[in-house]
Every structure is written in structure tokens, then in C-alpha cells.
Write a protein that binds this ligand. Structure first.
Ligand code: NAD
Length: 254
């Protein structure tokens, strides 16, 4: 039986992951990292705001929180390595460096989207970007009005796959807003635009616009549980891996 620790327990994703864990015979919620005062949920589940105690109380970790918490978790993993699934988006450059560092001693799946469909879409986007070299690439993402970071981590990962397919550095070609007399679109730019409203779980479209034709691929998440199920699948997989940084493509063997 694997003892699971959760970061972000009280959040939308944390709650769904907890419900899904309860249905798993080989996984058991053992501890929760909390930065606020939280009521005890059961005698068997330990609550703490101390990272070292948290990591000592579990065999593996699922983190769906925010980049500050993820940063702290990664620092703690340097001292107490544990297989982990990190689904938190909006990581800063320094968090990503820490992620690389922590993955030298812990097996970590980092996935800005844990659904099967997006893992496949990333692969397809890479292939199309590489094949349709003359196309203009534009990505749009739609999310609910409670989402805090923008563009979505999923859209940024999609853009990274497209940039890789073109041999470009995303940082220098990404455009995430157009306003005013900005001139013609440059050939290499990759547009990543964000829309926010209502309760949209997540919609991502990547378009490849050529002269005379265009190709658009859209992924719609209709239920957030798809992310929770994907995260648990990734956790079971990563628990058996040696240290390293892995993606959902690795988990799903695409
Ligand atoms: P939410 O706002 O509902 O929950 C955030 C959780 O993080 C809460 O439990 C909150 O208490 C906790 N938290 C915030 N700051 C903290 C800190 N400093 N220390 C400890 N805990 C802290 O958000 P959500 O919708 O559950 O999403 C959480 C994260 O997961 C976001 O980054 C979101 O973009 C990402 N997400 C990823 C996927 C995926 O497939 N990878 C899917 C959905 C959401």
C-alpha cells in the first residue's frame, strides 16, 4: 500500500484527487500539507505545515496547488526525495530550475495537463509544426473565470511542442496579446491567447494557418475528473521509476 501526501488538498483538484484515491486499493491518503488552519479529516490522515514532516509521512506526493507551494515542496524534496506528480501550473523560471535539480534524486512527473487527449495533442502539434513549416501557428485557450494564471500551463506546453517542431526558442517568439498598430505578423511568431469566463473546464485549440487552407485541432475537457484520474495514473507509474523528470507522454508511452 502506497501512502500518498497531497499538496493543495482543499482546492478543486485536491478534492477530486482525494475522492479518486478513496477508490484505489493500493493507494491511501496519509498526509496533507496545509498552509492554513484546516480541520482534521480523519484520525488516519495527518495534517502538517512542516515540509519535512510531510515528506516523512508519505511514500509519494501529488501537488496541485500554486507555484509558491510547489517551490517549497521542490526545496524539501532535495533533502527527502519522493516520487511525485506535480500538476501545478504557472511555474516561474526559478521553480523550473528547482524542478530539474529535484529530479536528480526524485522521480517526478511534471504535467501542466494530466489528460490523455492533451498528451496526444502535444505530440500531434509537434509533428504538424515540423511538417507545415510555412504555417502561422496560433493557440487559443478558454478557462473558467476562477483561473489565476495566464496563459494556461497547457497552452504554454503546446506552444513549446510547436516551437520545438520548428527549432525555435519559445521565449523569443511567443506573442500573448495584440493591440494597436503593431504591423504585420512576423513569420516565426507563435500566438498564445487567453479567454476567461463562466465554468469552462478547459478548451485548447492549436491552429496552423497556411495560404489557401488551415488545420485546427481542438481539445475540450468536459469534466475536471479527467485530470484527477490522469494524475493518479501518473502517480502509480512514477512510484516505480528511478529518479528523473518525466512527462505524461512517458506515463502513457506515446
Ligand atoms: P484551487 O485554487 O482550487 O486550489 C489551490 C490549492 O492550493 C488550495 O488547496 C490552496 O489552499 C493551496 N495553496 C495555495 N497556496 C498555497 C501555499 N502557499 N501553500 C500550500 N498550499 C497552497 O486551484 P485548482 O483548480 O485546484 O488548481 C490547482 C493548480 O492545478 C493550479 O495551478 C491549476 O492551474 C492546476 N491544474 C492543473 C491541471 C493539470 O491537469 N495538470 C488541471 C487543473 C488544474
Amino acid at each position: 500500500m502506497l501512502r500518498v501526501g497531497i499538496v493543495g488538498f482543499s482546492g478543486r483538484m485536491g478534492q477530486l484527487i482525494t475522492q479518486n484515491l478513496a477508490q484505489e486499493s493500493d493507494l491511501k491518503l496519509s498526509c496533507i500539507f496545509t498552509h492554513q488552519n484546516s480541520p482534521l479529516i480523519s484520525q488516519e490522515v495527518f495534517l502538517t505545515n512542516d515540509w519535512n514532516i510531510f515528506l516523512q509521512s508519505c511514500d509519494c506526493v501529488i501537488d496541485f496547488s500554486n507555484h509558491n507551494a510547489t517551490h517549497q515542496l521542490l526545496k524539501a524534496l532535495l533533502h527527502s526525495p519522493k516520487p511525485s506528480v506535480i500538476g501545478t501550473t504557472g511555474l516561474q523560471e526559478e521553480d523550473k530550475s528547482l524542478l530539474q535539480e529535484a529530479s536528480k534524486t526524485s522521480a517526478i512527473v511534471y504535467a501542466t495537463n494530466t489528460s490523455q487527449g492533451i498528451a496526444l495533442l502535444n505530440q500531434l502539434a509537434f509533428l504538424i509544426a515540423q511538417t507545415l513549416q510555412d504555417s502561422d501557428i496560433e493557440i487559443s485557450e478558454f478557462h473558467h473565470n476562477k483561473k489565476k494564471d495566464s496563459p494556461s500551463g497547457t497552452a504554454m506546453t503546446l506552444a513549446e511542442f510547436c516551437a520545438k517542431g520548428r527549432g525555435l526558442d519559445l521565449q523569443s517568439v511567443r506573442v500573448s496579446g495584440r493591440d494597436g498598430n503593431i504591423g504585420e505578423r512576423s513569420k516565426n511568431e507563435i500566438g498564445v491567447m487567453s479567454f476567461r469566463g463562466g465554468d469552462i473546464v478547459g478548451k485548447h485549440t492549436v491552429g496552423f494557418y497556411c495560404d489557401g487552407e488551415y488545420l485546427e485541432l481542438t481539445h475540450n475537457a468536459t469534466n475536471r475528473n479527467t485530470f484527477a484520474k490522469g494524475a493518479i495514473r501518473a502517480l502509480k507509474w512514477v512510484a516505480e521509476q528511478k529518479s528523473g523528470l518525466y512527462s505524461m507522454q512517458d506515463v502513457l508511452k506515446f
